[in-house]
Design a protein around this ligand. Structure first.
Ligand code: URA
Length: 221
């Protein structure tokens, strides 16, 4: 008799980790951090998401991009920014001649938070406690990569990197100094661009998004 293959097999380690904690990374490498994050139970989001969606890209990347949290498609694929927001982001990078393969892309929160509505899973913003719990992974990625530049997409990523007083619409597209010697800037989240009502508004929002990201072209080769 034919048996149906499960779409995704949860890593066994998830069940051995006490609630509110996560496995210790085996060493100081980015790979070990990624492996440990698979079993994270630092907040409750591990219960509903398919899997931890960790950052991806070269460990020596000069640029790190931080989004909010994986969406529906990212949750299923286990990779950041592969859905509609990711495609818009790729389009902006392509216009600017920036190769995404050279960029490390991650999120402030590594699990998808949603409410089921019929067959769709509606995105929900992570609450402050969930954002705080996930800082451990973002800080770990930053410590291991030491990127020259951090680009924040949207308010949640911006506050995680530049602090709670950061005003996205006031300070977007401006270089900010970071305490570790690096620098960064913020722009709107691509999902905000996609949510603009008419095609003119969407085009204007996209042009603003590309204009902010153009700061990346100022970097020395
Ligand atoms: N939105 C995000 O912030 N991150 C993703 O990975 C996908 C959509």
């Amino acid at each position: 008799m034919a048996t149906r293959k499960a779409a995704f097999k949860r890593p066994a380690v998830r069940h051995e980790v006490p609630e509110g904690s996560a496995p210790e990374p085996a060493d100081d490498s980015l790979e070990a951090l990624r492996e440990a994050a698979k079993g994270c139970k630092r907040c409750d989001l591990w219960r509903i998401g398919t899997q931890t969606v960790f950052g991806e890209g070269p460990a020596k990347a000069r640029i790190m991009v931080v989004g909010e949290q994986p969406g529906d498609q990212e949750d299923l694929a286990g990779r950041p920014f592969v859905g509609p927001s990711g495609r818009l982001f790729d389009q902006a990078l392509e216009e600017l001649g920036v190769d995404r393969r050279q960029v490390y892309v991650t999120n402030a929160v590594k699990h998808f938070k949603f409410t089921p509505r019929g067959k769709v899973r509606l995105h929900q913003s992570p609450n402050p406690a969930e954002q705080r719990a996930c800082r451990y992974w973002l800080d770990g990625e930053r410590e291991r990569l030491h990127p020259e530049v951090i680009v924040c997409l949207g308010a949640i990523a911006s506050k995680a990197v530049f602090g709670s007083k950061f005003g996205l619409m006031r300070q977007r597209g401006e270089w900010q100094a970071l305490p570790d010697g690096g620098k960064g800037f913020a722009t709107v989240h691509p999902s905000w661009v996609l949510r603009q009502r008419g095609s003119e508004e969407r085009e204007r929002a996209f042009r603003g998004f590309v204009a902010d990201l153009a700061l990346l072209t100022e970097l020395d080769a």
